[in-house]
Design a protein around this ligand. Structure first.
Ligand SMILES: [Zn+2]
Length: 71
């Protein structure tokens, strides 16, 4: 099955953003906030690089693949 979904961890709050990391693939969802009614958006990061996308990128569950290989 390829219906893998992100499993977001605990939300970490900063003054102008929040961060949540997927425990399955290490992707980080960053919620940014600036002033104004439209001043909120999500960014997705992995390996220190921003992923440019219009929707949530798929989860590749690479951490679970590593866990299976090590078992
Ligand atoms: Zn994920």
């Amino acid at each position: 099955m390829s219906s893998t979904r992100h499993k977001w961890g605990e939300k970490i709050r900063f003054p102008l953003k929040t961060e949540q990391q997927c425990v399955r693939c290490d992707m980080v969802k960053v919620g940014r906030r600036e002033g104004g009614p439209a001043g909120y958006w999500d960014e997705f990061w992995r390996d220190e690089e921003r992923i440019h996308c219009t929707a949530t990128p798929p989860c590749d569950a690479r951490r679970e693949a590593v866990a299976v290989a090590a078992a």
